[in-house]
Every structure is written in C-alpha cells, then in structure tokens.
Design a protein around this ligand. Sequence first.
Ligand code: FES
Ligand SMILES: [Fe+2]
Length: 442
Amino acid sequence: MTQLNENNSESVAITDETLRGLVASDRVNRRIYLDQAIFDLEIDRIFGRAWLLVGHESQVPSSGDFFCTTLGRSPVVMVRAETGQVNVIHNRCGHRGAKVVNTLSGNNKRFRCMYHSWSYNLDGSLSSVPLRDGFPSDFDLKDRSRGMASLPCVEIYRGFVFAKMNASGPTLLEHLGDARFAMDEIADRSPVGELEVCGGMHRYYFKGNWKHQIENLADQYHAPFSHESSVTPDGYQFSRRPGEKGTRIKMLNKDGTPGTESKGQWWFPWGHNACGAQTTDGDQGGEAFDRYRSELERLKGVEQARDLLTHKRHLAFFYPNFDLHILAQAIRVVRPISVNLTEVQIFPIKLKGAPEQMFSDTVRLLNLTHSCSSLAQTDDVEAFERIQTGLQGRSGEWIRIQRAIDRDVPDKERGGMLGPQFTEAAIRNQHTAWVKYMADWQ
Ligand code: FES
Ligand SMILES: [Fe+2]
C-alpha cells in the first residue's frame, strides 16, 4: 500500500496504529527522530494542523511592511495592510507557483512576481496581470483563487501573531490555554504593556531532528552539567544582566550537585510547557534599570512593580515551534527542514517604553547565550548532533524519558501540571501532543 506525502512522492504507508506504537508513557522509539517518512508526516500533520508562531506584529508596524518566514514547508508573508490589519498569506504566485517575496522583510505597496510580473495587493489578491487579453474571458482579478492565498486562521495574542493551515481544531485561546500567561508575564513588564521585535535575528542550524531542540526547551535537567563550562568557580553561571547577584543562575554547589531543583516545571495540554525562573530582576542594578524600575513603580505602584520584576518563568514553549525566552527576552522559532536538519531563529524582544540601554543589553546578552558562537547554545547544539549520531546505533529501539514520573500535581495558581525542575514530564507531554496530532486528530 502506498500514499502520497506532501512532496507528492510515494512512500510506504505508516498507519496511525504504527505511529501510536512509537510512543509510550515513559519512552519513545528512536524511529521518530530518524525516519524521513515520519518527518514528512510531521510536516503534514503537526505543522499542517497546529497553531504556529508566525512572528510579532511589531515586525510590521506600518502599511506595506512585510516579514517572510516558513511554516512547515510553506513559505508565507506576514504583511500589514492599508487597513492596519495583519495578514498572513502564502508566499506563492497564483500563476505558476513561484515564491513571490524573496527578502526577509521590507516595505512594499504591492508584491510583484519576477517570473511573469503578476502583481498582488497587500491582502494577496491580484492587482494586475500583463497581457490579460490572452486569458479566458472569465478571468477575473477579483477571483481570490488566482491570488496569493490567505491562511485560513490568523489570530494575535499580546502582539504575537499565530496562524494555522487548516480551519479545524481549537481556537488560539483554546490551544494556548493557561500557557498563555507567559506572554502576559513578559508583555506586562513593559511600562506601556507592549513589546517590540526590532533588533535583527540570530540563526543557527544543527544536523539533528527538530524534536531535540524542543525537548531541550522542556529539559532543565541538562543545564548544570551540559553548560558546566559557563559556570564560574563560585557555582554561578555568568551574569546575564548588568547588576547584581540575583541576575545570575546558581548552577552548581561546591560538591558539584546542581544549585537548585526547586523552581518547578509546568506542562499544559497541546504540548506546551514553562520552566520556573531561577533568577529575579528585583535586585538588578544599573542606571538604566533603576530608571525603568522607578517608572514601573510610578505607573503600577511599588508592590505590583516588584511582582512584575520577579521572574516567574525562565522560558515558555508553545508546541510545536515557539519558545518565548523570558529571562533572555527573546523569541526562538524552531523550523524543521529535514529529518536530520533544523534551523532555529532568535529575535530579541524590546520592552516598549523601557530605556534603550536595556534593549542594547538584551541584544548583547543574546550574543552570549543564544548566538551560534555563544557560551551556552553551542553546548546544546553539540548535544543535539551527538544524539542524532548516537541514535543511529542499533543497541536498542527505545529512549526512556522517565525522570520524576508520576510526580506532577495540578497547579491552581498558574494552571497546568507542575513537577520538579528536573522532571522529564514536559518532554513526555510533548510526545503526548505528538500522538494527538499524528494519529488521534479529530
Ligand atoms: S509564476 Fe508568477 S507570474 Fe508567472
Ligand atoms: Fe541548554
């Protein structure tokens, strides 16, 4: 029996039953990281069904501003229309299919395909076609099926723009559930309650499956060990902010045991998770930060300002492609390319209304933590490639993910389920979502 995948190539059918059999409550089969046919199904069924982060609306502040990205294998354009609306349209010409927009971002009144010069309005509808008299008489520029198609669902939460490829499934709010409070946490730290994504992009690739990266975002267990080289002799990681001790993460005790395992790890339906914060900005110092804190106190009162400055989450991950790194103030987008190649893009976030110097510090911090030559990210990338290589070994089919199993409790305050910091529960939760998208989609 054969089936056509998204590439319209033939492959041996993989049944839902087979897919379900690759994930158990405490283990996954190595095949989900190695099999190109399964990867192709992931593009169809996870990236073709889930709400995906496209970007942030501040990346397209004015009419005609656009930003290009890829959702699954589909190139798309996020564009601000004359009406102010943010549209997400397929970056594919309605004529013979060429990718129309070929720069990362910019501003245009219209998009023009370089092949035969069909032009498109900012909502993707056709604006003009050269030599139209040769086409059938019922050819109508207003015919939406001849334009750059719109994605069927686009929604925005706190400025973060999400889209999905199909009309069925949960609304964005249903999909995000209580995990969305992480977006509130970072947006509320802006004196005006808004974020801006405007500082360029880091990008790295690694020769490994995309799930190594997203599992890493639900894995605090590795940090004290994998990032040991970034820990100074007093057991703290390098300073992440200008200022004082509270901005540094206690990684190792004198006896080499982890510095903390108390902050918790949350997980939510649909594969999302959040890691507890290990630092606070409350005792951060510096001229710019002091000005920012005074402004927050003036606007919100001392109590609320202190609460806002107390990190609650180190990061939050929204399955399957969006990491909101709250401590580093960055968006990280995971883009699967093939079964053993993944691209990751990182965008610094500015707190609108805060001193400019704080944003410069954020960008500088990302160079240290998340660039491809950083003090910490390189450790993770090395681990991902070693996993991809190690899994080729035929010493067993299963990878166990068992730490702190059955130790989660419901969290009435923040929602979701809460386990200890070094639990592997949030990774197990990602694989539960994987089965739901891959085999149990209704
Ligand atoms: S393919 Fe775009 S105009 Fe022909
Ligand atoms: Fe890491």
